[in-house]
Write a protein that binds this ligand. Structure first.
Ligand SMILES: Cc1cc2nc3c(=O)[nH]c(=O)nc-3n(C[C@H](O)[C@H](O)[C@H](O)COP(=O)(O)O)c2cc1C
Length: 219
């Protein structure tokens, strides 16, 4: 892949030992292993003020906006709070209104990988909420997403990842973002990798023909 590509991670919670931050770090490792540069925007450390159009733009916001504008791809990772994303991540996304002045605007042509951790099983709702924002910001959500359920069984009390299978999935997601960013750079678009593994159920329609979805090779 290309070392001049940059994938930026954005997320984590405001809690020390954040599971969503560890998940983000692990996904970024996967991107790094695919030979792209990686940058971390840890929301706890960034400490953004609440979005307001009325005050000046603080240094923390400039850092967020400049890093996002120069990213070839991003990975977002949120804890699941009340069935959705954290206010801290949503606030960071709200600040991205400032990307409207950039060329290209917002997240045009940037693939975004989505990760959530959850105490229960509602992480996919956070993924869906993030995807709404990806689309609103003109980005491309990478189809491979990871909602890590029951975080207490996957991370220890210090926030360390203790499940090798989840680590491998997060790294695969990071590598997928790197691959999509590379395709956008070279082809201006992205699609599924040729070697992407899909489950091929043996369903046929009433006449014994493969379903249209199967015959198009997307399942
Ligand atoms: C304010 C708050 C709200 C939460 N709401 C949910 C929820 O609706 N569904 C769920 O599955 N887990 C919920 N959780 C659990 C967190 O998603 C879970 O502990 C996650 O791992 C926290 O991420 P972090 O370690 O990055 O802080 C909530 C936790 C907090 C603190």
């Amino acid at each position: 892949m290309a070392e001049d590509l940059t994938v930026v991670g954005l997320g984590g919670s405001t809690r020390a030992g954040s599971t969503s931050l560890t998940a983000l770090r692990t996904a970024l490792e996967g991107a790094g292993a695919a030979r792209v540069r990686t940058t971390m925007l840890d929301l706890r450390e960034l400490d953004l003020p609440m979005y307001s159009p009325e005050h000046g733009v603080p240094t923390s916001v400039t850092r967020l906006i400049d890093a996002t504008a120069s990213a070839d791809g991003m990975i977002w990772s949120s804890p699941t709070y009340q069935g959705s994303i954290s206010g801290a991540l949503k606030n960071a996304l709200d600040w991205m209104i400032l990307l409207g002045d950039r060329e290209p605007a917002y997240l045009t042509n940037k693939p975004i990988g989505l990760v959530a951790t959850a105490g229960g099983v509602q992480g996919l709702q956070s993924i869906n909420a993030m995807e709404f924002s990806v689309r609103a910001l003109r980005g491309w959500a990478v189809p491979l997403v990871l909602a890590v359920a029951q975080s207490r069984t996957v991370f220890d009390s210090e926030g360390r990842l203790v499940d090798d299978a989840v680590a491998a999935q997060l790294q695969a997601l990071g590598a997928e973002v790197a691959r999509a960013a590379f395709q956008f750079r070279n082809e201006g678009t992205c699609d599924y990798a040729d070697n992407r593994q899909f489950t091929r159920p043996s369903h046929t329609d009433a006449g014994g023909q493969p379903s249209p979805i199967q015959s198009q090779g997307v399942m």
